[in-house]
Design a protein around this ligand. Structure first.
Ligand SMILES: [Zn+2]
Ligand SMILES: [Zn+2]
Length: 170
């Protein structure tokens, strides 16, 4: 579980939390994020003097995206450092950077999954390629040109050779 017990944190000053998030967690519905395997997070929570709670740590996992050219699934392992700052909810309007998360005065614990999702949404690249020289799909017949040449591209190539042959014979 990725929850921080605020009562214990208050008493001990520092807490380490470690846990996994299932890739099928409803948390990721409509986030646009897909993962190949469970995410693992390691977080250290500390209390700052002003009532802020600061969490530092990392999340590891494997992101799944569609190749921009051929639409095949591409898995990219990642290990992202993150810092989450929680400030009392009534002070949230005064947060100059605007990227802190609210800390409700009555909360006994903090669920880190939502904030981790938000950080991952910001961190993922907007598109992926299955390989640098992916040939993509034929714009005419949709054949995946990494796997085979289609009829239409074959004809194109042939007609180009014809032109060269014609030039050479002149
Ligand atoms: Zn591709
Ligand atoms: Zn084609």
């Amino acid at each position: 579980m990725l929850r921080v017990d605020l009562v214990r944190l208050e008493r001990e000053g520092v807490l380490r939390v470690e846990g996994a998030i299932d890739p099928d967690d409803p948390l990721f519905e409509e986030s646009g994020l897909r993962f190949a395997s469970p995410l693992h997070a390691r977080i250290e929570a500390t209390i700052a003097g002003s009532g802020e709670v600061v969490m530092r740590g990392s999340v590891q996992g494997s992101l799944v995206q569609e190749c921009r050219r051929c639409l095949a699934d591409v898995s990219s392992p990642f290990d992202t450092e993150l810092t989450l700052v929680f400030i009392p909810a009534d002070e949230l309007g005064e947060d100059p950077a605007g990227d802190a998360y609210p800390l409700e005065a009555t909360a006994m614990e903090l669920d880190l999954r939502g904030p981790i999702r938000e950080e991952l949404v910001l961190a993922v690249p907007s598109y992926a390629f299955c390989k640098e020289d992916c040939k993509g799909l034929c714009s005419r017949c949709g054949t995946n040109l990494n796997e085979k040449n289609c009829q239409c591209c074959g004809e194109d190539a042939d007609s180009r050779w014809d032109v060269l042959r014609a030039l050479g014979s002149e």
